[in-house]
Design a protein around this ligand. Structure first.
Ligand SMILES: NC(=O)c1ccc[n+]([C@@H]2O[C@H](COP(=O)([O-])OP(=O)(O)OC[C@H]3O[C@@H](n4cnc5c(N)ncnc54)[C@H](OP(=O)(O)O)[C@@H]3O)[C@@H](O)[C@H]2O)c1
Length: 339
């Protein structure tokens, strides 16, 4: 038996350029009933992440797109309401991949229990979740920062970038952020402890970055692409490492924008400066999950890492929030509070 009262968000249309609210459909749904060996989950927080723009498109990618009429993909922090599955009891808090819906039934296989004693449960979607793991592995395994080097990260006030710069500081490097607007830049320096932060929306990004990085750039953690990458690229030192994590400046692009950099100039610089540019998807480093949780939890408890969340209320506001995230309207890890 099921009762009404639930809601879910479906993909209604594939966006052309920037997504519109009409590309999503919000539906009432019955709260499903859990069968034998299953559990009923109630969503507390839904994570909103830039990769979701990719899932709305059917262009070739590393992941399968969401089909039209399907529930939007996403991770949630959820509460177990009832369970007949061994190992899970009512009241447990879990990380679940059940997408943009208020309730779901699970057999427990894709779930991970969250310890509410460790940190606020929403952090399992941010600093102690997928974005945190992305920052940790991309910086440490690909960027390999050494004491005294200079690390630059774009989208520096966001879920991934904020942690990259703070770990860079812990590792004894000079951390320079790039962020959109004076408020975000102030936060990055004054609250997160970066050495400097440059506003990419203000003029002269390249010149300001050059002044903030007097010894050049040894690691550039790339979250953005486009004109930000063009400003950074000429400042890379010999043997610099570039973890290529995201290209958010182009996620809504219908055509790739023409750029200043010419392919031959880029490949020539890669050769002569012996640069390493490596793309990665966080799941490539699944074996590092234990190290990540151990280190970042410890840094959090020692007060060496701070994080910020941008929370919207209700599943109805999730489409608008994702659209805003892709415009840079979020200030911190973007979440929708559902429960
Ligand atoms: N490879 C992986 O496995 C992996 C995993 C997680 C995330 N990522 C990538 O990491 C990046 C950051 O993700 P996040 O979850 O931490 O998001 P976030 O930084 O919390 O939010 C996205 C930010 O991107 C910036 N942005 C948006 N459009 C921009 C533009 N045209 N030019 C410059 N900056 C722009 C905005 O910050 P400003 O206002 O500061 O510009 C916005 O706040 C994204 O590219 C995402 O796709 C990759």
């Amino acid at each position: 038996m099921s009762v009404t009262g639930g809601k879910r968000v479906l993909l209604a249309a594939r966006p052309v350029g920037e997504p519109k609210e009409s590309d999503f459909r919000i539906e009432e749904m019955s709260v499903p009933a859990a069968g034998a060996g299953e559990m009923l989950l109630r969503t507390l927080y839904l994570s909103l992440d830039p990769y979701m723009r990719g899932r709305m498109s059917d262009a070739p990618s590393y992941a399968t797109p969401v089909a039209i009429g399907q529930v939007m993909e996403g991770r949630t922090v959820s509460e177990v309401i009832s369970s007949s599955r061994d190992g899970f009891a009512a009241g447990d808090i879990v990380l679940s991949p059940h997408g943009w819906q208020t309730h779901a039934v699970s057999d427990g296989k894709a779930l991970r229990k969250i310890d509410p004693e460790l940190a606020p449960v929403s952090s399992a979607l941010g600093v102690l979740g997928m974005p945190g793991m992305t920052a940790y592995t991309g910086l440490l395994d690909i960027g390999r920062p050494q004491t005294g080097e200079t690390v630059v990260v774009s989208a520096a006030s966001g879920a991934v970038g904020s942690l990259v710069g703070q770990i860079a500081r812990i590792k004894g490097t000079r951390a320079v952020g790039i962020a959109g607007g004076p408020q975000k830049c102030r936060y990055v320096v004054e609250e997160l402890g970066f050495d400097a932060c440059i506003d990419h929306r203000a003029p002269d990004l390249h010149a300001k970055l050059k002044a903030a990085c007097p010894k050049g750039i040894d690691v550039y953690f790339e979250n953005v692409g486009g004109t930000v990458f063009e400003a950074v690229f000429p400042l890379l030192n010999n043997f610099a490492r570039v973890p290529v994590c995201g290209q958010i400046a182009t996620y809504n692009a219908i055509e790739m924008p023409a750029g200043e950099l010419r392919t031959s100039a880029v490949t020539r610089a890669i050769l002569t400066k012996r640069l390493t540019l490596r793309g990665f998807i966080v799941t490539d480093f699944a074996a590092r999950h234990g190290d990540f949780l151990r280190d970042v939890s410890a840094w959090l408890h020692e007060g060496r890492i701070k994080y910020r969340e941008h929370v919207v209320e209700g599943i109805e506001n999730a489409p608008r929030a994702l659209i805003g995230l892709l415009r840079g309207e979020n200030f911190g890890k973007m979440l929708a509070r559902i429960g």
